[in-house]
Design a protein around this ligand. Structure first.
Ligand code: NDP
Ligand code: A1CAB
Length: 267
């Protein structure tokens, strides 16, 4: 199936990361994309950065022209958006990225179940996203192929059971924030140890990027690669001891669990 027009409702952080990633990767041409956005600042951002994307405040006129609609508003706004344009959702593939909002709820709101729930993450903006999705009962095989290749064009995409979506949200949906905190902390350590801020941030970023790539490309267990860095009586094992004393791993587990619980509450 050819999808002619994509309407993104909510052109904020994640709507931007996903749509820009898809535009950059040729999933959809700029002229076929429309963004519905009430915030003037955000509309200005689209007009300055993606002038060919049509931007409007008017949901009611945008939806009828769409073949597929990406709901990228905050979870608390989903119901309002759906009710703002009743009967307009028929015949459209609806994709929701709202954390915690369940398929049943979406289905009740838009009165059909040709719905795909997606949990993406912000690295979609640079083609390195990690997205999971689950499909409603009326999703066609063409819809499924489209979402798989659209998300795949901006990173990795995996289909999961809906029951796994809260855990995915806790891990990869929220994860970029935890990694940013880690990079910030590593850079702060470098600054404390005497490096200029710019250099410390560059080294911290490349260390995280390189390590992630090494794990992904070698398929080796992170513990094995960690052991390869730590010489007996050396510098790394001193650092690792400090991290264990400060419960880094338990802290990361707690963060993922807290986020997954919050996702469950939002539903
Ligand atoms: N940020 C992330 O890393 C991720 C977010 N998500 C999900 O993505 C969704 C969006 O989050 P995020 O991008 O961070 O949020 P943002 O606040 O950055 O973006 C949401 C945008 O929607 C706009 N908006 C509000 N009401 C409407 C409306 N009625 N019609 C159209 N647009 C509207 C907001 O405008 P205004 O500011 O004026 O209210 C805002 O610009 C959420 O449901 C979140 O759970 C999923 C995965 C990761
Ligand atoms: O913080 C949030 O609620 C959203 C969902 C996943 C990442 N950000």
């Amino acid at each position: 199936m050819e999808y002619q027009r994509l309407v993104v409702v909510g052109g904020g952080q994640m709507g931007r990361a996903l749509l820009c990633g898809m535009l950059d990767n040729g999933v959809i041409p700029e002229s076929a994309a429309q963004v519905v956005e009430p915030s003037k600042t955000s509309r200005n951002w689209w007009q300055e950065n993606r002038p060919k994307v049509h931007v409007t405040e008017d949901l009611k006129t945008a939806i009828p022209s769409a073949d597929l609609v990406l709901l990228a508003v905050k979870p608390a706004m989903i119901s309002k958006v759906a009710k703002q344009s009743p009967n307009a959702w028929d015949g459209k593939l609806v994709i929701s990225i709202a954390a915690g909002i369940r398929m049943n709820t979406l289905c009740d709101l838009i009165c059909h179940n040709r719905i795909i729930r997606v949990m993406p993450n912000t690295p979609c903006l640079v083609g390195e996203g990690a997205s999971a999705y689950c499909c409603g009962q009326s999703v066609t095989s063409e819809d499924r192929s489209w979402i798989d290749s659209a998300l795949g064009s901006v990173g990795m995409a995996v289909e999961v059971d809906e029951g796994q979506m809260d855990a995915v949200t806790g891990l990869s949906g929220s994860g970029p924030a935890y990694v940013c905190l880690m990079i910030e902390g590593l850079a702060d350590g470098g600054v404390f140890a005497g490096l200029p801020r710019d250099l410390a941030t560059k080294l911290a970023t490349q260390t995280v990027l390189g390590t992630a790539k090494m794990i992904a490309e070698t398929g080796r267990h992170p513990a094995e690669l960690k052991d390869a860095v730590a010489s007996p009586g050396g510098t790394t094992i001193a650092g690792l001891r400090s991290l264990e004393q400060n419960r880094l791993r338990a802290g990361l587990m707690d963060a993922v669990i807290a986020s997954a619980e919050r996702s469950r509450e939002l539903g």
